[in-house]
Ligand binder design. Sequence first.
Ligand code: ADP
Ligand code: MG
Length: 257
Amino acid sequence: MSTNRQTETPMVEITDVHKRFGNLEVLKGINLTVPLGKIISIIGPSGSGKSTLLRSVNHLEVIDSGTITLDGVAVNRPDIKGLAFERHINHIRQNMGMVFQHFNLFPHLSTLDNVTLAPRKLKKMDKKIARELGMELLDRVGLADKADVFPAWLSGGQKQRVAIARALAMQPKVMLFDEATSALDPELVEEVNQVMQSLAKDHMTMLIVTHEMGFARDVSSWAMFMDGGVVVEENTPDKLFTAPDQERTQNFLRKHL
Ligand code: ADP
Ligand code: MG
């Protein structure tokens, strides 16, 4: 798992990012690199800024200062406005697949149509080709037999697997997961973790926020502990989860392992 971090290609690069909501500074100078093909996990207590950080990568939150790049391209472009910025950010977002705690599937579309909507609309993909791609992705998450079913008929674990298939449909350069399993009943967590594990095996670049320490330890190339808007400590998962240096990390893990 350990690698020479200097020689890796950065897919997402976050440099000295600050974000405040009114008087509350939520991100206080975050630095983080997600190298191509690697899996970075972020852990930390509720309210530490993990979701804000992930949302900032996707420009769902606008950062106050610092830089975020995707494959070398700046996400924030205060120098361009209006339609030009819309085009820029849509292009960036098409290269990022985001999976949230709540699945946000389109309730009026079948699972297959949920998966194929973006490539059909945004890439103008032919209906038949989109259908083939959609079926391949549903098969990949173990749901080929649910192609014509509406989301309301699926379990939480199945919904989340559809959400992952949908995020993959645009062939993103990176997948962002924000507590993808924390809304699921415990018995449904494993099936979603398995899909994420299989993406890891295929060298998908991933940035994962999770409250599941065991999963983070197994799947990650690098793990970070955030608290109070700062990265308190980061290391290989073996080191971070078994012998953290910082007292704040030790206290957190004592409660959560
Ligand atoms: P985490 O995901 O680690 O639980 P969040 O990034 O969701 O943390 O939140 C970090 C802090 O920012 C919290 O104190 C939260 O209440 C605050 N916060 C998040 N979003 C907003 C918002 N849109 N407006 C005001 N405060 C917010
Ligand atoms: Mg959160």
